[in-house]
Ligand binder design. Structure first.
Ligand SMILES: Cc1ncc(COP(=O)(O)O)c(C=O)c1O
Length: 359
């Protein structure tokens, strides 16, 4: 059917969700395609949901999620007015883009990066200015700076970058902050910050305290393992938060998600332990693959990137065949999440076989 609509949306593909674990009767298979947390929810979080949220499903949630907001404000030493919750950090980023940009405005970001960026920018009717990553998968900081002009309304830094898992240094992040005019916001999307072990990494909250135009996006989906509940947040200047709240989906963050977030903040020690276990698994896989002769950027998130170019399809097929779903970027590479130890063993095994085949 032909219908009147915004033609800019015809120019971009829709968001593709990571594939589920391949179906292989009689075989355990694993989903390593969405950078999720392989640990099941903490019992204390599940219990909090049952005891505090289930009985309130007939009521709308607190629209601003003050219980979570106040906990986060306390944790980061900011005012509650600096915290905005969203239905995952995807919604937080969407609010910010809708607040700052419309037709004729430009949003500068690295590419390849989080697949939602182009969709969100197009959704606002604004123009994406994609700055290709350097050959090692890291942000081209000079390129990002050079792309900023009078039409720029937002610069996005993704640290660690999805899908390349690279980290940006504090020095490079500061170069960006020095170069961008102070009335243009810079978003630091730190969805995977808890996994970032790079010694020189930029920490966006430090920049937030020094520059007036920094927005930080975090999520409960990854290190906190709440991807299915959809809750993330921004730390931003108070007037930015006020603007974001005007374009937010009203009541978008459910009561269940809010209760789970508070319970997760209460269980920080246990969650930190899980993060350390995931990092240890990541490093185990990296060491094994490097010993096999694989070359890829050192990962700083809960996934790693194999830049395979033309050999991507062959590798992807081998992973699927062995019961692993990965994120495939045809002609570019494969992104593989760190999963259960058994899944990671399988990754190492498939990689060894691929190497033996001369990949
Ligand atoms: C870089 C990056 N930012 C943000 C998100 C959004 O996560 P969520 O909406 O679940 O908070 C993701 C999810 O994969 C991501 O990779």
């Amino acid at each position: 059917m032909s219908f009147k609509h915004r033609s800019i949306l015809d120019t971009i593909p829709g968001y593709k969700q990571g594939k589920p674990a391949p179906a292989k009767p009689g075989q355990r298979t694993f989903k390593l395609s969405s950078n999720e947390n392989a640990f099941e929810p903490l019992p204390s979080v599940a219990e909090a949901i049952t005891s505090q949220a289930t009985g309130r499903m007939n009521r709308y949630p607190d629209m601003r999620g003050w219980a979570v907001v106040e906990r986060l404000a306390e944790r980061y030493g900011v005012e509650a007015e600096n915290v905005m919750l969203g239905c995952g950090s995807t919604e937080v980023i969407t609010m910010l883009v809708n607040l700052v940009a419309g037709p004729g405005d430009e949003i500068v970001y690295p590419w390849r990066s989080f697949e939602a960026y182009p969709l969100i920018v197009a959704g606002a009717g604004a123009t994406s200015v994609q700055v290709p990553n350097l050959p090692d998968g890291s942000h081209d900081v000079d390129g990002l700076i050079a792309a900023v002009n009078d039409r720029t309304r937002l610069v996005i830094v993704n640290n660690p970058n999805n899908p390349t898992s690279t980290s940006i240094s504090d020095a490079d992040a500061r170069r960006i902050m020095q170069a961008v005019p102070s009335d243009v916001l810079v978003l630091f999307d730190e969805a995977y910050i808890q996994f970032n072990t790079a010694a020189d990494t930029s920490v966006a909250m430090d920049l937030f305290r020094e520059y007036p135009n920094v927005v930080v996006a975090h999520t409960f989906s990854k290190a906190y393992g709440l991807a299915g509940l959809r809750i993330g947040y921004a730390i931003a200047p108070a007037d930015v938060v006020e603007g974001m709240s005007k374009v937010a989906l009203p009541f978008g963050v459910t009561e269940t998600a809010q209760v789970a977030a508070v319970a997760s903040l209460d269980a920080q020690e246990e969650l930190d332990e899980r993060v350390r276990a995931i990092i240890a698994e990541r490093d185990r896989v990296v060491t094994a693959l490097r010993e096999q002769g694989w070359e890829f950027p050192t990962p700083y998130a809960n996934y790693f990137w194999l830049p395979l170019g033309e050999r991507t399809g062959q590798a992807a097929a081998a992973f699927t065949e062995q019961g692993l779903s990965t994120r495939v970027f045809p002609g570019e590479g494969v992104r593989i999440s760190v999963g259960e130890p058994e899944a990671n063993d399988l990754v190492i095994k498939v990689c060894a076989e691929l190497k033996a085949q001369g990949l």
